[in-house]
Design a protein around this ligand. Structure first.
Ligand SMILES: *[C@@H]1O[C@H](CO)[C@@H](O)[C@H](O)[C@H]1NC(C)=O
Ligand SMILES: *[C@@H]1O[C@H](CO)[C@@H](O)[C@H](O)[C@H]1NC(C)=O
Ligand SMILES: *[C@@H]1O[C@H](CO)[C@@H](O)[C@H](O)[C@H]1NC(C)=O
Ligand SMILES: *[C@@H]1O[C@H](CO)[C@@H](O)[C@H](O)[C@H]1NC(C)=O
Length: 295
């Protein structure tokens, strides 16, 4: 009997060493404003355990978000929310639990994922041992389609004008690039602008990128189209092709020289013309007199 117990204890020890683990993804990248899942798998056959998701702040302070406790009786334990300080965060988090013979999956989902939610999340288990593992949660966001302030600009030859392209830049900040197409050519040519794009904060979690370029027009480039594109690995094929805005640059319409126009009254009296007018007047008067006479 004693031997059997010893052997069982030994086997249980081996089993514990080889099988107990808490598995989390070392890092997770969430898409801004979407849902992000933090998964924690407790691999064990234990029926008594406490699993917690905690948030670890940069100052090393930790906050317990939710606790899943099983006292050995429940096959479907219910997580309990802890006193989360940030009400906004509390309204956007959910949990899901999946219990298997050899593991417990305890997933924390964050909805409308935002910059404030990024950081270290720790899954801590008290079972036969104290085990923990962490996930570094970071954020990414697609840039939006760029806008060029002007649609069409008429410029005098050799006058300099500054075109301005703006876009909500995404995370990490995407690049805005200028291209041009000369009339008659079919391809846009990329311009290697030296100027750095400006980046302005729109709010806590989004930035605006601004890329400017100085342009001139001459008779050879009259009708040139400048195109601003946003370039980011996060864009899909369709977005890559559509996220751009164009501006047309033209010289003013050439004024064809015409003889000077003068108001009739400023014209020196033309004897022929004066004659014809007086002739016309005489005729009209005569007709009028005849009509009056007839009536
Ligand atoms: C943490 O999780 C990783 C899997 O992402 C796993 O390889 C590692 O062993 C775990 N660490 C601990 C202490 O359980
Ligand atoms: C993010 O955190 C900052 C500073 O703690 C706070 O001012 C801001 O309101 C938070 N933003 C959101 C969307 O919760
Ligand atoms: C989390 O990941 C980010 C981006 O990869 C990195 O800059 C940061 O140092 C990481 N934080 C920790 C605590 O590992
Ligand atoms: C514009 O610049 C070009 C090259 O410098 C010059 O040849 C041309 O005469 C200029 N045109 C005007 C209208 O100033």
């Amino acid at each position: 009997m004693e031997h059997i117990l010893t052997i069982l204890t030994f086997l249980f020890g081996l089993f514990k060493l080889s099988s107990e683990s808490v598995i989390t993804m070392p890092s997770v990248v969430g898409m801004k404003d979407s849902k992000v899942n933090l998964e924690c798998r407790y691999q064990s056959t234990a029926v008594w355990y406490i699993i917690q998701w905690k948030r670890l702040y940069p100052n090393m302070e930790s906050e317990t978000i939710t606790t899943l406790k099983n006292d050995g009786k429940s096959s479907t334990p219910m997580p309990i929310w802890e006193g989360i300080r940030d009400d906004n965060f509390r309204t956007r988090v959910r949990t899901s639990v999946y219990v298997d013979v050899t593991s417990v999956d305890f997933t924390l989902s964050i909805h409308e994922f935002s910059c404030n939610d990024t950081g270290m999340y720790v899954c801590q288990v008290v079972g036969s041992d104290l085990l923990k593992n962490a996930t570094n949660l970071t954020i990414t966001a697609k840039p939006e389609a760029p806008r060029v302030i002007d649609d069409e600009v008429i410029l005098e030859e050799n006058d300099t004008y500054t075109l301005e392209c703006t876009a909500t830049a995404g995370i990490p900040v995407a690049d805005l690039r200028w291209y041009y197409k000369i009339p008659g050519s079919s391809d846009f040519v990329r311009i290697d602008t030296e100027s750095e794009q400006e980046v302005l904060d729109l709010d806590d979690c989004s930035q605006k990128a601004i890329q400017k370029i100085d342009v001139i027009v001459n008779p050879e480039t009259d009708g040139i189209i400048y195109r601003c594109k946003v370039e980011s690995d996060l864009l899909n094929e369709e977005e890559r092709n559509n996220f751009h805005d164009d501006v047309l640059l033209k010289l003013p319409k050439k004024i064809v020289p015409q003889p000077e126009y003068r108001m009739p009254q400023t014209k020196p009296p033309d004897s022929n013309r004066a004659n014809s007018i007086s002739g016309y007047l005489t005729l009209s008067l005569t007709v009028l007199v005849i009509i009056t006479a007839l009536l």
